[in-house]
Design a protein around this ligand. Sequence first.
Ligand SMILES: [Zn+2]
Length: 156
Amino acid sequence: MKLKFFADRMLGKLAKKLRILGFDTLYFSDISEDEILKLCKAEDRTLLTRDRIMFIKATKEGIESFFLKSDRWYSQLKAVKNKFKLSFEKSSLFERCIECNCVLEYVEKEKIKNRVPEYVYLTNNQFLECPKCHKIYWRGTHVENILKDLNKIFEG
Ligand SMILES: [Zn+2]
């Protein structure tokens, strides 16, 4: 089974990258410590945190927790990858909404015609939509750029 994460308040960028990689990752910029611990327990999530006190608290409560030293997402992702032996599967990339963590759904091309730039509409055939925020996703050049970054992390 794939690991599920909870990224602490300071880890917004890392949360987005984990979502891109297909990992179920909760993140809220505004949430109390107690709520974080409660959610981790209830949903069997691994807590990622930059806060040493939070790390100790969570560990005491039996929550799997990982303390991140770096404040840069790049190094954080590398550390998470090494710690949990994450692998990088191209096929599971962009399964989730970067903003809300929801699993994306395929949407018929015709339906989103007026919701993406014309060039994007004409040059892509597969579109995904977030059921929550309704953001539309497609595999454009932005995906290639992210892939380049991720490749560097996962190869090294
Ligand atoms: Zn969304």
